[in-house]
Ligand binder design. Structure first.
Ligand code: KG4
Ligand code: ZN
Length: 375
């Protein structure tokens, strides 16, 4: 029997390919989908295989994340050129590992999903073009995933959370509150007018001489500091809308650090983190109230996603707030809050269920907002 050469290693046989494509494209009932996910939008090279169906939860068969942190650490941040080159070097091996770890052959997956944006364009192109090659050679459908949507839907992968829910998405590049009504259906409540929350953590870390990435390092240091020791601003606190701002806070931290006053780094970290928590909770409270006015009959659910959701102090403050407002709160485990490919595979499963595939002409996008502003 003819074998599709590049994937012979996965036991892929042409007859299988024809049968699976027929099943999928003929629209026959497939209750559960198995999707290969690929993530390369920043400094993590990741591949995963996930099985399931909406609303979840899904089964993570493998989840390989190769962090390039050591490559970027000397520069104090991600260098796009270095990131793209590193993705080229290791992505094929990471995909092999994800497939073999899941004990799944490429011929057994229902689709190949990859981040198509937003992100560092060189890296996004590496992942997307790899997914196109795999899809083309195997005859599997290609699905280009919005990275933010993948973060947004992770709670369905981990907890099977029903829609609608209020989403706080706080990562290195974004800080937003949105109502999620389903895959591809978002209503933006508010966003940052300057820096993202994770960016503020990263910049504060740099000012304190902490290693990249800053979030975990600041959180660790803050545990030994006094959050009341520095009087830092709370940008946007008390405003009626759901927008965020962190630039002023970062500037205040810089002044405090450079002022010559003998502040302990622990105290700066703790005071900064406390300011972020208070602002985020204040904004989230407004979001919850708006959500109740729009979706009250459908339940009160808060989901927190993105790398900053890995912060334990923030997780606990948001849980307290949610209880006060009568919301349940779902926060995926830290390793699924930061960048990973399991969330990309899951978003692919949601798209499989909707039979919403992409053509091989799909373009990589550096910018790709989740929802147009609907204020
Ligand atoms: O979602 P993510 O992994 O990548 C982006 O899509 O941006 O988020 C990375 C961001 C970084 O800014 C990092 O410093 C922050 O999440 N982060 C944290 C923590 N862990 C990661 N921020 C605060 N506390 C943490 N424990
Ligand atoms: Zn991310």
């Amino acid at each position: 029997m003819a074998r599709c050469e590049p994937f012979a290693a996965h036991g892929f046989v042409l007859a299988d390919f024809k049968r699976i494509c027929f099943v999928l494209h003929a629209g026959m009932e497939i209750s559960t989908f198995t999707v290969l996910g690929i993530e390369t939008s920043c400094d993590e090279t990741a591949a995963a295989v996930v099985r399931g169906a909406p609303p979840g939860p899904g089964e993570i068969l493998s989840n390989i994340v190769f962090s390039q942190i050591e490559d970027h650490r000397p520069y104090g941040g991600v260098v796009p050129e270095i990131a793209a080159r590193a993705h080229v070097e290791i992505l094929d091996g990471v995909i092999e590992e994800a497939l073999s770890g899941a004990d799944v052959a490429l011929g057994d997956v229902d689709a190949v999903a990859a981040t198509a944006g937003p992100g560092l364009i060189g890296g996004v192109m590496v992942g997307l073009v790899t997914a196109k090659a795999l899809a083309l050679a195997s005859g599997k459908p290609l699905i280009g995933i919005n990275h933010l949507e993948a973060h947004a839907l992770t709670a369905r992968l981990t907890h099977g959370t029903d829609v609608p829910y209020l989403l706080l998405l706080a990562s290195g590049g974004h800080c937003q509150l949105l109502a999620v009504r389903g895959a591809g259906a978002f209503r933006l409540y508010g966003t940052t007018i300057d820096d993202a929350a994770g960016e503020a953590f990263d910049k504060t870390a740099k000012l304190l001489g902490l290693p990249y990435p800053g979030g975990p390092a600041v959180e660790e240091l803050a545990k030994r500091g006094d959050p009341k020791s520095l009087a830092l601003p709370r940008p946007m606190l008390g405003r009626e809308n759901c927008d965020f701002s962190f630039a002023g806070l970062k500037t205040a931290v810089r002044h405090a650090v450079k002022s010559g006053a003998a502040h302990r780094a622990e105290d700066v970290a703790a005071s900064f983190q406390q300011a972020v928590i208070e602002v985020v909770c204040d904004r989230a409270r407004n979001g919850m109230r708006r959500f109740v006015s729009e979706f009250a009959a459908d339940g009160r659910r808060l989901v927190v996603a993105g790398g900053v959701a890995a912060n334990t102090a923030l997780r606990s403050a948001l849980s307290t707030l949610a209880a006060e407002e009568g919301f349940t709160v779902t926060i995926p485990p830290p390793r699924l809050c930061t960048d990973n490919a399991a969330m990309i595979a899951w978003a692919g499963i949601e798209r499989c269920a909707a039979r919403n595939f992409d053509s091989l002409a799909l373009e990589a996008r550096a910018r790709w907002p989740l929802a147009a502003a609907q204020r």
